[in-house]
Design a protein around this ligand. Structure first.
Ligand code: ZN
Ligand code: ZN
Length: 102
């Protein structure tokens, strides 16, 4: 019955390799079913302190449709134009970031 024991050992070894892979695929599959709402991200420049004239925000929104990325400091999402930190209030892009360590 040596052959059976070898087969059992092979199956046993195979299962221990397959199980983490299976877990990984289930994880990927669940991710697919429940995707992160990345499409709904928008430039959050209006949620920062922007210069306003007569109540109207003075911002350049020309690039706000481009790919948004998250500011590591204030965790808001910005387009490439508003991504940089700009606490000087000039109009060359960036956002006023509530960061106490300049
Ligand atoms: Zn923007
Ligand atoms: Zn920021």
């Amino acid at each position: 019955m040596v052959a059976v024991e070898i087969v059992v050992a092979l199956i046993g070894g195979g299962v221990s390799i397959v199980t983490p892979l299976l877990g990984y695929y289930i994880y990927k599959w669940k991710k697919k079913l429940d995707p992160e709402p990345s499409e709904e991200k928008y430039c959050q420049i209006l949620e920062t302190e922007v210069s306003r004239v007569g109540g109207f925000p003075l911002i350049n929104t020309n690039r706000c449709q481009e790919t948004k990325s998250q500011c590591p400091t204030c965790n808001k999402y910005f387009c490439p134009f508003h991504k940089t930190r700009n606490n000087n209030g000039d109009l060359n892009g960036g956002h006023i970031c509530p960061d106490n360590n300049p």
